[in-house]
Ligand binder design. Structure first.
Ligand code: HEC
Ligand code: HEC
Length: 334
């Protein structure tokens, strides 16, 4: 029999896993739906993302961008844009947690097999720390428009892609002072690409309150890729700045996989080295490393990681981490 690879397949075949998930699941409570979502346009065609009837050309004031380290979403292809209100700047006084002007919107489109499945929105609606709302617009099968669906969709448009419940967005996005996770100094410090915003272009165009030079990454290419992978896929929950007020999913505080600008030049100074090395990462032994175990399978009565928004393990991501862990000299050789 094939080993079931998806989370749903595991549940179907393993009653024990189902009971385990139900038990563990009880520990997580999603917050109430944010009432401010009601004021958003119900249809994507009315939300100002596109400037043409076919909904294929993004409006002129949107900036396209791509984070250096992507979140794995079961292989979905993603496009991203930001709209900063005209004449405003991002407050970058805190280099690791930027504060965005009121009215800022970030959009992320998910495509599976070439079809648009959902387009997610994060919008800043008030200056307070909980001033952001997140919601997903789910595309119709004709691909002519998308509508807000707040309680999630399983297997949207006949794919295996699940659209998350809007109450679940902040389990990951609410883990830092900045609700935005992929539009940051760490994620935009990259060589310029045509038509995409980067740290350099934002600095040059006066969009940052304190223009900054791209930080230089230290370490080998494979090390940077591995630390970046953990930052994007795990760091939103596993970081020691996560607010105690975020009650949906409470990861243990002993593991911090978030990258900060000041440690980019020196990998061994990163929180990942400080908190995970020799405890969750065993140098030279990927298969004995809990980080790899949690990413590729769910140990008994434990969840595979990340615990939401992912069904299929990311084999490429796991391989990248394995290679890095294999290359780490054991402590005796240091
Ligand atoms: C598993 C954690 C997780 C969940 C759940 C999640 N996101 Fe995200 N999201 C991320 C990460 C990490 C990024 C940045 C990396 C990337 O874009 O690949 C991101 C990026 C985004 C972006 C681009 C702006 C940014 O913050 O980088 C938008 C918009 C977005 N998410 C909206 C949503 C909405 C709306 C929901 C709920 C319907 C949601 N997300 C649920 C982790 C999550
Ligand atoms: C949505 C939040 C969230 C994300 C994202 C997430 N985790 Fe977790 N993680 C948790 C929670 C909650 C626990 C505690 C419950 C458990 O052990 O299953 C946990 C526990 C763990 C543990 C065990 C820690 C210990 O002290 O025993 C490891 C290791 C781990 N996660 C690794 C990862 C890795 C690797 C990733 C990224 C691929 C990741 N996590 C992404 C929420 C998250």
């Amino acid at each position: 029999m094939d080993t079931p690879t998806t989370y749903k397949a595991q549940l179907n075949r393993r009653p024990v896993a189902l009971v385990a998930v139900m038990l563990i699941g009880c520990a997580y409570r999603l917050p109430a739906l944010d009432a401010r979502i009601e004021a958003l346009p119900q249809r994507l065609s009315e939300a100002g993302l596109y400037c043409d009837d076919k909904m294929s050309v993004p409006s002129g004031e949107l900036l396209a961008y791509a984070p250096s380290f992507e979140l794995w979403s079961d292989g979905a292809k993603k496009l991203r844009w930001i709209r900063l209100p005209a004449g405003t700047q991002i407050d970058t006084a805190n280099v690791d947690d930027w504060s965005f002007p009121l009215g800022t919107e970030l959009w992320k489109e998910f495509r599976v097999d070439g079809r648009r499945i959902e387009t997610r929105l994060l919008r800043r609606v008030s200056p307070s720390t909980d001033g952001w709302i997140g919601v997903s617009y789910v595309w119709n099968s004709e691909q002519t428009d998308a509508s807000i669906i707040t309680n999630g969709v399983e297997n949207a448009l006949g794919t295996t892609h699940d659209v998350p419940d809007s109450r679940a967005c902040m389990t990951c996005h609410g883990g830092r002072a900045s609700i935005v996770l992929g539009f940051s100094a760490v994620q935009l410090a990259r060589p310029a690409r045509t038509g995409e915003a980067t740290l350099d272009s934002l600095s040059a165009n006066g969009r940052l309150s304190s223009p900054m030079k791209s930080p230089v990454f230290g370490g080998s290419t494979s090390e940077i890729a591995a630390l970046g992978y953990l930052h994007s896929n795990c760091g939103s929950c596993h970081n020691d700045a996560r607010s105690a007020a975020n009650t949906a999913f409470r990861p243990p505080r002993n593991l911090d996989l978030w990258l900060t600008v000041s440690t980019l030049g020196n990998p061994s100074a990163t929180p990942t080295y400080k908190t995970a090395m020799d405890r969750f990462i065993h140098r030279g032994s990927p298969e004995e490393s809990p980080i790899i175990q949690r990413l590729t399978h769910a140990p008994f009565m434990r969840r595979r990681m990340p615990p939401i928004a992912v069904e299929r393990p990311d084999n490429e991501g796991a391989e990248l981490l394995r290679q890095w862990i294999r290359s780490l000299p054991s402590r005796a050789n240091e």
